[in-house]
Design a protein around this ligand. Structure first.
Ligand SMILES: *Cc1c(COP(=O)(O)O)cnc(C)c1O
Length: 434
């Protein structure tokens, strides 16, 4: 399998090169040169496959010759070592819980897969690779955890001081080993600016092999397809499900649509957005108008210009009407999100996180009366555990969220952050003295 740049200038590359580069030299996103067609018997008999077998079957064509089969199977076994349960919330509505990984967010799968691919590609090099990431909260934890203890790779994460939740900060700052967390006295935008300057800096590039681990990397994007296979594997009805995906940068939903185009039965997709409504507006007007990011309570989806949407369009040859046949999109306000967390807790005793609540709300809106029709119904992706957003969830449910066993240890550990002003020169000096 080769990958071409969506800007169509840079040459096509292998999976290995696309993973190492992240973005094409012409600044385009990499896209697979063909969409594999799933074997019909695989889809029909999906219930008889293990999660790890599904992972191998789906990822093999995308990885191609870059990784030998036995190594790929190992990478998948290590990546997929937790569950993705489909939980009934009420008649016709199911949550696919993607928060059972080590950092309680769905980004764990992509981060774990990518880190192991990079480590394999690095196997014969004696030079360390340094992964640089700016995070507003969720990405950093997943990347840090995914790369923890991986040979040949150092990770440096920049996060904005006092703007991430307690659990998120502990996840970033207590790992140690090959992970350094830098607490920037500034905003997420400052962190991103410093990272961008670092990638462009000659001295740093001479001294380090720098890579980014953001969501446009094919090795983070493509394994997200697996969620949709796991959803389908647990689906009990003959009619395929409608699937609602809380969306920000549109990587997750784009992976789902890719799985569908290659043959996975899905009735309809819903891109559930918060106040950042570029895509809902586009599907209505045909006009793609990036906007300044609006801060919301579902902050992992605060994206004003979703990077992966060009990939969604590419899947449909830029034909917006074909896209509209399979995709609808909703914008959900913070007020509606809070009311949904409250209502679903009171009526069904299910605790949503703010992102899942946006997905639930959009699904209910789309299904309308069909929600009561037991032959169908739908699934929303629950992308994070509610404990990561305690202020919103506890206020909306009037109860304290219980801390899951697997993160309790965090609270006994010492934060090992490095504090820094939001100045590139300070960051560079620190790097050069490492
Ligand atoms: C990253 C994230 C999203 C958005 O996913 P995209 O792939 O960027 O659309 C949704 N929910 C949570 C909890 C996230 O961390």
């Amino acid at each position: 399998m080769n990958y071409y740049s969506l800007n169509k200038i840079s040459p096509t590359v292998s999976f290995e090169e696309a993973t190492i580069k992240g973005q094409a030299p012409d600044k385009g996103l990499y896209f697979p040169s063909e969409i594999p067609k799933l074997n019909k018997s695989f889809v029909t008999n999906i219930k008889s496959y293990s999660k790890q077998q599904i992972g191998f079957e789906v990822m093999k064509p995308f990885v191609g010759e870059s990784i030998p089969g036995d190594v790929l199977q190992n990478i998948i076994n290590e990546t997929i070592n937790f569950d993705f349960p489909l939980v009934k919330v009420h008649e016709g509505v199911y949550a696919l819980e993607l928060f059972h990984g080590p950092t309680l967010a769905f980004k764990d799968v992509g981060a774990r897969f990518m880190s192991r691919c990079l480590s394999y590609f690095n196997r014969n090099k004696n030079k360390h690779t340094t992964v640089l990431v700016a995070t507003s909260g969720d990405t950093g934890g997943a990347v840090a955890n995914g790369f923890l203890g991986v040979d040949g790779i150092d990770v440096i994460i920049l996060y904005p001081s006092k703007k991430v939740s307690t659990v998120q900060e502990l996840q970033l700052t207590t790992l140690g080993k090959n992970i350094s967390a830098i607490e920037i006295n500034g905003s997420f935008d400052d962190c991103q600016r410093i990272v961008k300057e670092a990638f462009a800096d000659n001295d740093l590039n001479k001294r380090f092999t720098l890579t980014s681990a953001n969501s446009i990397n094919v090795a983070r994007w493509l394994p997200q397809q697996l969620y949709y296979f796991y959803a389908y594997q647990q689906w009990q009805y003959n009619e395929p499900p409608v699937i609602s995906v809380p969306s920000g940068n549109f990587g997750n939903i784009c992976a789902g649509i890719l799985a569908h185009v290659s043959g996975l039965p899905v009735k309809h997709f819903i891109a559930a957005c918060n106040a950042n409504d570029v895509v809902p507006q586009f599907l209505q007007s045909g006009n793609y108008q990036p906007k300044k990011t609006i801060a919301t309570i579902s902050n992992a989806m605060d994206v004003g210009n979703p990077s992966n949407f060009v990939r969604v369009l590419e899947l449909f040859d830029q034909q917006i009407n074909d896209l509209k046949n399979i995709l609808s999109s909703y914008s959900v306000s913070d007020a509606a999100t809070k009311a949904t967390v409250n209502e679903v807790f009171n009526q069904y005793n299910y605790t949503l996180d703010p992102h899942g609540a946006v997905g639930y709300y959009a699904l209910i809106d789309y299904l309308g009366d069909n929600v009561k029709n037991s032959s169908g119904g739908g699934i929303f992706l629950e992308t994070a555990h509610p404990v990561k957003f305690p202020e919103t969830v506890e206020a909306a449910t009037n109860t304290q969220i219980e801390i899951p066993e697997r993160i309790k240890h965090l609270f006994n550990q010492k934060k090992q952050g490095i504090q820094m002003n939001a100045l590139f020169d300070d960051f560079k000096e620190w790097m050069m003295n490492k």
